[in-house]
Design a protein around this ligand. Sequence first.
Ligand code: NAP
Length: 265
Amino acid sequence: MNAQPLKGQTALVTGASAGIGVDLAECFASDGYDVILAARTESALRAVADRLAKTYAIKATPIAADLGVIGGGQRLADAITKAGLSVDVVVNNAGYGVAGAFDGSDAAGQLGMIDLNDRALVELTHIYWPTMLANKRGGVLNVASTAAFQPGPLMAVYYASKAFVLSFSEALWEEARDTGVKVSCLCPGPTVSKFRERAGTNKTRLSRTGEQMTSMSVARMGYDAWQDNKRVEVTGLRNRLTASLVSFLPRTMLLRLVRQLQSPI
Ligand SMILES: NC(=O)c1ccc[n+]([C@@H]2O[C@H](COP(=O)([O-])OP(=O)(O)OC[C@H]3O[C@@H](n4cnc5c(N)ncnc54)[C@H](OP(=O)(O)O)[C@@H]3O)[C@@H](O)[C@H]2O)c1
């Protein structure tokens, strides 16, 4: 639990209809934050909002939004203003991946990853950043991935999109130093959720290399890291070790290794 009075502060969580986002929203709600839950599936958002509001006696507002379309972040912010709500913390969690070779891939799927994983994340951060700095509180929790630490042959755009999230988040962490605004980048490794199903990564060698973490344990690590203004949080010892080893490997060897891991079984 957090010692600060959080009553009246609101966290906007994107991708809060399933997976890690639901649990991130629960971490904020359990500490007394009101939450705004955004994703495309309204019925799922409403179910999560009802549960969190009842369990934690907070205000939970579901807002259906497609953040993968250009201007989706601004449309969501407009809906939030229209509902008379403000935002103290932005949790940029919505994202998806597509596995497979770049050659022959669907352009919309590839560009859509950049639009959701990066563009919407920057758009929402840009909208709420000035208010956070003026209020000297709140901040941003961005969800990247262990994919952020190296290029990813056979999942090239996803890995690059998460490298962007990590780089952007670390830069903002520095820009926010001594302002009271907190910035963290959560980098999960394999985590139980619908991600693999959509990404098509459930039949790669990587998917057979170890246990997936639960989405709640990942969310809890991200939430605690953000409360401590920890710049980067890689979930779990094994993922932390792998992420730190990457910089010691020759780049060509690393690329071949990741390609092997991303290859179908
Ligand atoms: N699971 C893993 O192994 C893993 C590992 C590393 C990083 N991550 C990252 O963790 C984050 C959460 O993923 P997850 O594992 O929880 O996956 P998930 O279960 O597939 O959840 C993804 C969430 O994003 C939302 N979303 C997808 N497209 C959207 C759009 N166009 N507009 C608005 N919301 C959208 C989904 O809701 P709707 O479909 O209702 O819109 C859902 O709430 C992602 O950024 C992912 O890259 C996951």
